[in-house]
Design a protein around this ligand. Structure first.
Ligand code: BDR
Ligand code: CA
Length: 317
């Protein structure tokens, strides 16, 4: 069955790849893309999303601009990594496609509330500002969506599950921890694809894979090569965080998933945005609500070979 998707993005180099993977995968039908501030300001993440859609010739997926700053905090961006334009300073042409006039938050609510129960899946690849705000305005959306697949979190369950924004916090959770808290406590079915899986070394795009991508004639491959050129030159490899969240919506069997009670920390300092999964299974002997309190399916491992095959087949060959 084809899954109907709302994709909430802060485009961003890897968000761009997530957009391409989602739009070019027959298992998914992207109904709406919503944008948020994160990697760069929402003005840029919105234009970047249009640039990517236009570049791959997908002109029928509407894009709505969302919130420009986290719910309570000052916006912190990641231009250092994603470039001034958010797309690796690749100078992709300005898009002719236009944004919708309606606000992303209102459209998320409208789409979900007008859908049948379990008809829509939301994939988020940026800070959870839009979704958190939408849930305050219309809490019912948590019960109506089929699932929310979140790129975010660092759980310390795999050896790679430590932070990137702080030693213990992942960027999307760090930027808007209050919004993340609202979403995690909403009661929706939630799957988190965090750094435990997205930074697993054999899923990274290495120089060898980059060369394979850049020598491909496919349009998406050419775009990937352009937007990741500076990253590969600088770091020698890069992670496919956001495409991996899309992959979790396409084929769950690529992942090993465990259900936990997860909390996101909202205090300032080094633990801001840390995601803590309670793994004390013996607690169920003492706490009769132990199972009920589990709120997140956490991806703890990924079949690297199958994931990369999916990514390369859809975008490169
Ligand atoms: C996440 O942070 C952003 O920089 C990436 O786009 C990804 O969504 C990884 O921590
Ligand atoms: Ca992102």
């Amino acid at each position: 069955m084809v899954r109907k998707i709302i994709l909430d993005v802060d485009t961003g180099v890897d968000d761009a790849m997530a957009i391409m993977l989602a739009c070019l995968s027959p298992e998914l039908k992207v109904d709406l893309i919503t944008t948020v501030s994160g990697n760069v300001h929402v003005d840029k993440t919105s234009v970047n999303s249009l640039k990517i859609l236009e570049a791959i010739g997908v002109e029928d997926v509407p894009v709505a601009k969302g919130l420009s700053k986290p719910l309570l905090r000052k916006l912190e961006t990641a231009e250092d990594f994603h470039g001034k334009d958010g797309l690796g300073d690749s100078n992709l042409p300005e898009p002719k496609l236009k944004l919708l006039e309606k606000h992303a938050v209102d459209l998320i609510i409208e789409k979900v509330m007008n859908s049948k129960k379990d008809e829509l899946t939301i994939i988020t690849t940026g800070p959870l500002t839009n979704l958190g705000f939408a849930m305050i305005k219309e809490p019912e959306i948590a019960k109506r969506v089929n699932e929310i697949v979140i790129m975010g979190g660092a759980f310390g369950i795999s050896p790679y599950g430590y932070g990137n924004a702080t030693p213990v916090s992942e960027f999307n959770m760090y930027v808007d921890p209050e919004a993340a808290k609202i979403v995690l406590e909403s009661g929706a079915k939630i799957t988190m694809v965090g750094l435990d899986v997205t930074t697993k070394p054999d899923t990274l795009i290495t120089m060898e894979k980059y060369e394979e991508i850049s020598s491909s004639k496919s349009k998406p491959a050419q775009i990937i090569a352009k937007i990741t050129k500076k990253l590969i030159e600088r770091y020698g490899a890069y992670a496919l965080h956001d495409p991996m969240a899309v992959a979790a919506a396409i084929d769950r069997s690529l992942f090993k998933v465990e259900k936990y009670h997860v909390e996101v920390l909202t205090s300032d300092g080094i633990t801001r945005g840390q995601t803590v999964a309670d793994r004390r299974e013996w607690m169920k002997l003492l706490d009769e609500n132990w199972e009920k309190r589990k709120n997140v399916y956490v991806c703890v491992d990924v079949n690297s070979e199958k994931f990369l095959t999916l990514f390369m087949k859809r975008l490169v060959y």
